[in-house]
Ligand binder design. Structure first.
Ligand code: NAD
Length: 425
C-alpha cells in the first residue's frame, strides 16, 4: 500500500520556505523558533446585530508577529473559511516582506471569519467598526497599522480609521492605511500591489526567450488581479488571455478586456458565464475553463492573485508557464516549488512580488505622520525605485548563494530582522 503524504498547512509551507534560508544562514533552532513564533495572538468574538435583528457572532483575529524593525503592519482579511493558522502565516510573511523592502515595520495580520458578500452595507460597516473596538488597544500609528487585504477595501479602511479616531479622541489617520484619497489616503494605493508586481514582471521577462507578445493568465480578479490585468493590457509586450474568480475562469486567444470583465462581474457577481457586447469577450474563441485549467494553460506567465496553496503538488508538474509571479500570499506550496524549480520556471516570490501594497502603505503612513502630500507620479516613482532595488538585491543574493529568488529574499529579510533584534532597535 502506498504512503499517503499529509498536505502541509499554510503555516507549515511558509515555515519550510523560511527554513531553507535559515539553513543557508546556519541559524540555530532557537533563532528559527523566535523568527517563526508570533509575539502576540489576539482574538475576539464580534457580536453583530443583523438587519433581521438577530445577533450573530463572528470570530476575529489580529496576530502580531515581530516588531523588532518597527510597528506591526499588515492587512485585514474577511473570509468565510478564515483560520487562525492562516492569519499567523500571513503575519509572518509580513515581517519578512517589510524587512526585504527595508520598511520600518514589523509584521502583523488580521481577519474576520465572515462572508462579506452576504452582509448589507450597514452590517459590513458595523462589523468593521466592531473589529476596531475589539482591538484598538493594540492598534495605533506606533504600534500596529492595519490595511486592506482579501475582501476588504478603502471604504472599510475609512470606517475603521474613523472608529479608531473616535476612540482615541483625535484624528489619527496614520493608524490605518489603504484609506480613500479623500480621507487622508494616498494616490496610487489602490493599484500599488499590482503596479509593484508589474515592475517586477517587466524586468523578469529578460530571463526568458520569446517572440511576440507574452501570454498571461491571472488567477483571481480582485484588487490585485484586476489592476494587474489593466497594467499588462496597456503594455504592448503582454496579452492577458485568461482571468478567473472563485467561481471559474475565462479564456480568449485574442486577449481579454479587464474593464468589460469587471463591469460584467459587478452586475452578475461572477466572471464565468460572461458575455459582454462590444468587447473582445464575445468572440467565438472565448471559452469558460476552471481555475485549475487556467494554471495548466500554455502561457508564458502565470499570476496567482487569489488565495494561498493554489499551486500545489497536484498541479505543479502540469504548469507550462516560464514565469510565475506570485501575487497572492503563499500561492505556491513548498512541495510545488521544488517541482517548479526543477522545471526551470522563474518564480518571483510573494514577499517580493506583492510588496508594492505595503510599500505604498508605508508612504501613506509617512505622509500622515508628517502631514505631507505626494502626488501620484511621485508615489509611482518612489515605488518603482523600491521594487527595483529589492529585486536587484534578491538577484544578487540568489546568484551569490546559488539559491532560488525566494530563498534569497528570505536570506536578506532574515538577516535584517536578526540585526535589529541584536541591536535592540
Ligand atoms: P480581493 O478580495 O480584492 O480579490 C480576491 C479575488 O480572488 C477575487 O476575484 C475572488 O473571486 C478570487 N478568489 C477567491 N478565492 C478564490 C479561489 N479559491 N480561486 C480563484 N479565485 C479566488 O483580494 P486582493 O486584495 O486582490 O488579494 C489577492 C491576493 O493578493 C491575496 O493573497 C492577498 O493576500 C494578496 N495581496 C493583496 C494586497 C493588496 O494590497 N490588496 C497586498 C499584498 C498581497
Amino acid at each position: 500500500m502506498g504512503v499517503i503524504m499529509k498536505k502541509r498547512t499554510f503555516y507549515e509551507n511558509v515555515y519550510e520556505h523560511f527554513n531553507v534560508a535559515a539553513n543557508v544562514l546556519k541559524l540555530s533552532d532557537t533563532e528559527k523558533e523566535i523568527l517563526s513564533t508570533p509575539d502576540k495572538i489576539l482574538s475576539a468574538n464580534l457580536k453583530l446585530k443583523m438587519d433581521d435583528n438577530l445577533i450573530r457572532i463572528f470570530p476575529a483575529y489580529r496576530v502580531q508577529h515581530n516588531n523588532s524593525r518597527g510597528p506591526y503592519k499588515g492587512g485585514i482579511r474577511y473570509y468565510p473559511e478564515l483560520s487562525l493558522t492562516e492569519i499567523k502565516s500571513l503575519a509572518m510573511l509580513m515581517s519578512f516582506k517589510c524587512a526585504l523592502l527595508e520598511l520600518p515595520f514589523g509584521g502583523g495580520k488580521g481577519g474576520i471569519e465572515v462572508n462579506p458578500k452576504v452582509l448589507s452595507r450597514r452590517e459590513l460597516e458595523e462589523l468593521s467598526r466592531a473589529y476596531i473596538r475589539a482591538f484598538h488597544c493594540d492598534i495605533g500609528p506606533d504600534r500596529d497599522i492595519p490595511a486592506p487585504d482579501v475582501y476588504t477595501n478603502e471604504t472599510i479602511m475609512d470606517w475603521m480609521e474613523n472608529e479608531y479616531s473616535k476612540i482615541a479622541g483625535r484624528e489619527t489617520p496614520a493608524a490605518i492605511t489603504g484609506k480613500s484619497v479623500q480621507n487622508n489616503g494616498i494616490p496610487g494605493r489602490v493599484d500599488a500591489t499590482a503596479r509593484g508586481a508589474y515592475y517586477i514582471i517587466r524586468r523578469l521577462i529578460n530571463h526568458i526567450d520569446s517572440d511576440g507578445r507574452l501570454r498571461v493568465a491571472i488567477q483571481g480578479f480582485g484588487n490585485a488581479g484586476y489592476n494587474i490585468a489593466k497594467l499588462l493590457e496597456n503594455d504592448k509586450k503582454f496579452i492577458v488571455v485568461s482571468v478567473s474568480d472563485s467561481k471559474g475562469a475565462i479564456y480568449s486567444e485574442n486577449g481579454l478586456n479587464a474593464d468589460s470583465i469587471m463591469q460584467h462581474k459587478k452586475v452578475e457577481g461572477l466572471i464565468a458565464g460572461m458575455y459582454c457586447p462590444g468587447s473582445v469577450c464575445q468572440r467565438e474563441e472565448h471559452m469558460h475553463i476552471t481555475n485549475d485549467e487556467l494554471l495548466r494553460l500554455d502561457v508564458d506567465i502565470i499570476i496567482p492573485a487569489a488565495m494561498e496553496g493554489q499551486i500545489n503538488r497536484d498541479n505543479a508538474s502540469k504548469i507550462k508557464a516560464k514565469i510565475i509571479a506570485e501575487v497572492a500570499n503563499g500561492a505556491i506550496t513548498y512541495e510545488a516549488e521544488k517541482i517548479i524549480n526543477n522545471k526551470g520556471i522563474v518564480v518571483a516570490p510573494d514577499i517580493l512580488t506583492n510588496a508594492g501594497g505595503v510599500t505604498v502603505s508605508y508612504f501613506e503612513w509617512y505622509q500622515n505622520m508628517n502631514d505631507e502630500r505626494w502626488n501620484r507620479e511621485e508615489v509611482y516613482r518612489k515605488l518603482e525605485e523600491k521594487m527595483n532595488s529589492a529585486l536587484d538585491e534578491v538577484e544578487y543574493v540568489s546568484e551569490e548563494y546559488n539559491v532560488s529568488m525566494r530563498t534569497a529574499a528570505y536570506i536578506i529579510a532574515t538577516r535584517r530582522i536578526l540585526a535589529s533584534m541584536d541591536s535592540g532597535d
